[in-house]
Design a protein around this ligand. Sequence first.
Ligand code: HEC
Length: 113
Amino acid sequence: MKQWFIFLAMAGFVLACGNSGSEGQLAASAGGPGMADKPDGQKLYKQYCVTCHGLYGDMGGGGAFNLQESQLSLEERIMVITKGRNAMTPFETLLKKKEIKAVAEYIVTFREE
Ligand code: HEC
């Protein structure tokens, strides 16, 4: 009986983890202890994106898009960041997939503030 319960608890844990990539959990990406395996979107943004988009996404350096006004979905942002668009550099070779996702999640917060 007890073993069965442990199995269920573990299955639940695995499911919860598998889900952590979904868009619905953006709020959880704010950081905090226990999130060490998740790339820091804000840090990556400051490192790779401020030069064109500015600290708050609205600098527009070199014709860069104002990220505060972006209507793109998370998937579309990931696409633009990965493949680039016009004057925007593709980050495919510079960042890992999960880093691109983290930075895309971070820039969504510009619109909400
Ligand atoms: C070399 C300057 C440059 C850098 C560095 C840069 N961008 Fe851009 N970005 C642009 C330009 C220019 C555009 C507008 C592209 C166009 O006109 O189609 C753009 C557009 C975008 C868009 C599309 C917005 C929309 O609504 O259409 C997103 C999202 C974006 N950038 C995110 C990022 C992120 C995240 C980073 C850092 C990983 C980054 N950019 C780094 C120049 C840059």
